[in-house]
Design a protein around this ligand. Structure first.
Ligand code: SAM
Length: 245
């Protein structure tokens, strides 16, 4: 197994989030038709995909390009008796192959940075019905005066990080109405992601204590967690609930 997958192995999710925030974002959607078609892009092991299936009882697709994550999602779907409404698909978000105007809702938690927000707003809208919803959580700056080490980190990690206001401007320029936005609570970084990740890291540091390359990669993840511990007032994830005009 690639080290990065080993580091994230067995976690309840692969990005920040929590079921309550998924429910909150869903609650802002207006009246919805029956038999909804929903896609969750970059679903990982699908904590939020399962939540979506329970909330909507529609036809939900969890899309990811890492089959072991999809296998884990399928396992949970079977246990929870959701197999008739939640399907998985192994496809790259860079090669989406669906009918135009097909989805009522495109959902994506913590994965849109992979494709780029502006491009996703441009390229994925053709798959949405008119008045369809696009709901995503995305990394954002919360306030200015960023400490230098934090600025440096994001310059390397995701130089395109923007403030909430800048993102809203882009959303509106690309032909969507902003319905609502809210910040993910800090607890949703810890409970399902960083706390279990710290457990994996302790184990892997011991396992690879003689392999310098691997330790370097592990230390990068430790640094990411430490930055959040120190600077979570400055940045975090924001949920955007938007509608195609
Ligand atoms: C940060 S994780 C977020 C996972 C999940 N949405 C969550 O919030 O827990 C990003 C996900 O995107 C997936 N991913 C990365 N590149 C992808 C691609 N080109 N197409 C589809 N999924 C991709 C990864 O496998 C991973 O599951």
């Amino acid at each position: 197994m690639d080290l990065i997958y080993e580091i994230f192995d067995g976690l309840p999710r692969q990005g920040p989030g929590d079921p309550k925030s998924t429910q909150k974002a869903y609650s802002f959607l207006g009246e919805l038709p029956l038999n909804l078609n929903i896609i969750d892009i970059g679903c990982g092991t699908g904590q939020q995909t399962i939540e979506l299936a329970k909330l909507s009882r529609g036809n939900v697709i969890g899309l990811d390009n890492h089959q072991p994550y999809l296998n884990e999602l399928k396992r949970k779907v079977t246990i929870q008796g959701l197999s008739d409404i939640l399907k998985t698909i192994n496809m790259s978000m860079f090669e989406l192959d669906f009918e135009q105007n097909y989805f009522d809702i495109i959902w994506s938690e913590g994965a849109i940075y992979i494709y780029g927000l502006e491009k996703a707003l441009e390229d994925w809208r053709i798959f949405l019905k008119n008045n369809g919803y696009f709901v995503f959580s995305h990394i954002t700056w919360f306030k200015g005066d960023y400490p230098n080490d934090l600025k440096e980190y994001w310059k390397n990690e995701y130089p395109d990080i923007k403030t909430i206001e800048e993102n809203i401007k882009i959303i509106e320029e690309k032909g969507f109405n902003l319905i609502k936005h809210f910040k993910l609570p800090k607890s949703s970084w810890w409970k399902y992601l960083y706390t279990p990740l710290e457990g994996n890291i302790t184990r892997l540091k011991e396992k690879y204590k003689k392999e310098e390359d691997k330790l370097t990669q592990i230390n990068e993840v430790i640094m990411e967690i430490e930055l959040f511990r120190k600077y979570s007032d400055f940045y975090g994830y924001t949920f955007f609930i938007i509608q195609k005009i």
